[in-house]
Design a protein around this ligand. Structure first.
Ligand code: PAN
Ligand code: ZN
Length: 187
């Protein structure tokens, strides 16, 4: 036995708000945390940061030991908004341990799950309440809120996965999701 033995536990998840109780960590990402290659329109980003630096998303998590055998549960609340014509999004990451997958469950609101591999693979899946999306090992993942209300989803991933943000921060993602008069468009 290598994984820490834990007592069983259960959590309460509010499908509407994404509230996870109890949770042991809460991470906030404001627009000022997303300088770099995230949003294409740097001028729009600078203006929004100056005029209030909005909260883009928050992650509520129940922490367990970060080791093989454990599963980490969390919810993400991704707020509605745009930077220029680009919808609010998460930073996106590869798992540091590349051969670890993840499952996302859409709870409320609507968006996209963008996926890409280091070999040039790309994918974009619409997500809404009830969507179960499988993130296979080796695929970087980012979510985008294309609606007017918070896009909320639940996720479960392996304890040892870890998060590699640097690769995306430097090189960006394969696709962007833009707001147009005809609705969201992938570029
Ligand atoms: C998710 C993400 C969460 C926030 O729980 O961590 O949606 O996105 P970023 O981590 O890219 O900022 C997950 O995929 N965990 O592995
Ligand atoms: Zn992940």
């Amino acid at each position: 036995m290598t994984a820490t033995a834990l007592d069983p536990f259960s959590l309460m998840l509010d499908f509407r708000s994404g509230a996870l109780s109890p949770h042991t960590s809460r991470t906030e990402r404001h627009l000022s945390d997303m300088k770099g290659s995230y949003y294409a329109d740097e001028a729009a980003l600078g203006q929004l940061v100056q005029s209030g630096d909005p909260l883009v998303y928050e992650v509520l998590q129940y922490d367990v030991p970060e080791e093989v055998g454990q599963l980490i549960c969390c919810t993400t609340v991704l707020h509605p908004g745009t930077v220029g014509d680009e919808y609010f999004m998460t930073k996106g990451h590869f798992h540091s341990v590349r051969d670890t997958g993840e499952v996302y469950l859409g709870l409320s609101g609507h968006g996209y799950l963008l996926l890409m591999t280091e070999e040039g693979g790309r994918s974009a899946s619409p997500m809404g309440p009830g969507t179960v999306a499988y993130v296979p090992p080796y695929w970087a993942h980012r979510t985008v809120n294309t609606g007017d209300e918070p896009f909320v989803f639940f996720a479960v991933y392996p304890g040892q996965a870890g998060h590699d943000y640097g690769t995306i921060e430097e090189s960006g993602f394969a696709q962007r999701v833009l707001r147009t008069p005809e609705g969201p468009v992938l570029r």
